[in-house]
Design a binder for this molecule. Structure first.
Ligand code: ADQ
Length: 466
């Protein structure tokens, strides 16, 4: 059986490129290499008119990428995917922009992807489609007679019917989910919400984890995504020995001061502004901590073409500037916001150096940073993870300090608790967290999803923790 992966963005690796440590793209590439396969999606480029996909072979993996027109990028990607579905799925109705033109563009790109993909498919392929940009793709394929097994994984949260129903085209879009054989989500809450939507909007009936709409039957299950724990652990351990990583420079610039770290794409779902405020609150409530600890917030800009993101960028600068001016000293800056992407090596070093990992999204499908932070710790003297209860990761990582990110005081006190936590308790919590993320790493995730999709594994693997 050949594996076919479809995702919004596809990067064709250079011929000589070695796989970077960890990450979803690497895990999917490994799965493709193992059984041979095809990866189809958007090249990330824009051109005036659409043309046939560009097909490139790398070993036993075929990459087929297609460009978008500027109009398609506006409606399908920036518009419907990122200004309607992204805020909606993150329970942010106030930020959604619904436009019929954008929706038409979203459907048209899914239709065009279906047509292009059909020309590349073989009868025994199993097809694995990723994320909210491509929800209706299976329905488009089925309409054109594709009978292969088709799975979908939804990387972000799925909200309850009361929230999802605000989308003007909610029931039509929800009904397209029934074209899949297997739908994977991050948590049981997402599973229950998606099922609730299909029952309320499409008259679906439920039997255990199976959903029936008309004559079609779809399996809906949680598969919490993981990271390459072992690779990340090794990177972090190596960063301690390396003289060139930013870890050494961080040591020089921080001295004995403690470090709290946040790492996120600059996205309103991640709660960055609220986190900065909570750190300010912590310093106000605990003046003895001033000058003794700093927050490093690493936040590379993303989706800057979307107005809500430009606004967030401005707001985070404003809040960090205000807090630094109010609380800083001539020889100590409480908050450093760095708007850059770093290598995996460098990130691992920052996590390792930080006594506290602050992961406080307002809502998140899983949040891989929470898992990376744990994987990077020194088992003999680990740091403490402060984790939002609204991250999917909280369903598995109960030994973190779980907080409500809307409650600035609670987050501020959790920072204090984490900094003061005795080593024995830090070690106890770390060991449990590490065992969990190691048992459900990225290899486990791809294997268990594909086993169910291909029909080789019984439905609902019991190993899903949390
Ligand atoms: P994202 O919203 O992108 O993913 P997340 O899961 O945290 O969120 O993954 C971000 C990745 O980017 C991490 O691997 C992190 O290390 C990396 N990263 C962030 N800032 C970086 C920086 N400055 N430099 C380098 N790397 C950086 C979506 C969903 C999540 C879900 C994932 C996977 O929103 O909820 O966990 O997909 O399913």
């Amino acid at each position: 059986m050949r594996l076919v992966i479809v995702s919004n963005r596809v990067t064709i690796p250079e011929r000589t490129e070695k796989a970077a440590a960890g990450g979803l793209a690497v895990a999917l590439r490994e799965a493709l290499e193992k059984q041979g396969g095809l990866w189809f999606g958007w090249s990330g480029n824009v051109r005036e008119a659409t043309s046939a996909p560009n097909v490139v072979e790398r070993g036993n993996v075929t990459y087929a990428v297609t460009d978008l027109t500027e109009a398609e990028r506006q409606s399908y990607y920036l518009g419907f995917s990122n200004r309607a579905l992204w805020p909606l799925m993150h329970y942010r109705l106030g930020l959604t922009e619904f436009s019929r033109t954008d929706y038409a563009g979203y459907l048209a790109v899914n239709r065009r992807f279906a047509k292009a993909l059909i020309g590349l498919l073989r009868p025994d392929d199993i097809i694995w489609i990723h994320d909210y940009h491509l929800i209706p793709l299976a329905a488009e394929l089925r309409r054109r007679g594709v009978g292969n097994r088709i799975g979908y994984f939804h990387h972000i949260p799925w909200p309850p019917a009361e929230v999802f129903g605000a989308l003007p085209f909610a029931s039509t879009l929800a009904s397209t989910v029934a074209a899949y054989d297997l739908v994977g989500l991050q948590t049981q809450t997402d599973v229950a919400n998606l099922m609730g939507c299909l029952v309320a909007m499409c008259g679906a009936s439920i039997n255990g984890s199976r959903l029936r709409v008309g004559r079609r039957q779809t399996q809906v299950q949680a598969f919490p995504i993981g990271i390459d724990v072992e690779a990340f652990r090794k990177l972090a351990a190596a960063s301690v020995r390396s003289a060139t990583t930013p870890l050494k420079a961080t040591r020089q610039s921080l001295g004995e001061r403690k470090l709290v770290v946040g790492v996120d794409r600059l996205d309103y779902s991640k709660g960055i502004v609220q986190r900065l405020e909570a750190f300010g609150q912590f310093l106000r409530s605990h003046p003895d901590q001033r000058g003794r600890v700093g927050l490093l917030q690493i936040a590379p800009p993303s989706r800057s073409d979307v107005p809500e993101y430009a606004e967030l960028d401005r707001q985070s600068d404003e809040v960090a500037g205000r807090l630094n001016a109010a609380l800083g000293e001539f020889d100590w800056t409480p908050i450093r916001v760095v708007k850059k992407a770093y290598s995996r090596n460098a990130l691992a070093g920052f996590y390792r150096r930080a006594q506290v990992g602050l992961v406080t999204p307002m809502r998140d499908g899983m949040n891989l940073v929470a898992k990376e932070y744990v994987a990077a710790q020194d088992p003999a003297d680990p740091g403490v993870l402060v984790l939002s209860r609204f991250a999917g990761a909280a369903h598995q990582m109960g030994e973190a300090l779980i907080v409500n990110p809307f409650d600035t005081h609670e987050v501020a006190e959790a920072i204090r608790t984490a900094l003061a936590m005795p080593k024995s308790e830090r070690v106890r919590r770390f060991e449990k967290l590490y065992d969990t993320i190691a048992a459900t790493d990225i290899g486990w995730w791809t294997r268990s999803y594909l086993a169910v999709l291909s029909g080789a594994a019984p439905l609902e693997p019991e190993i899903v923790p949390g």
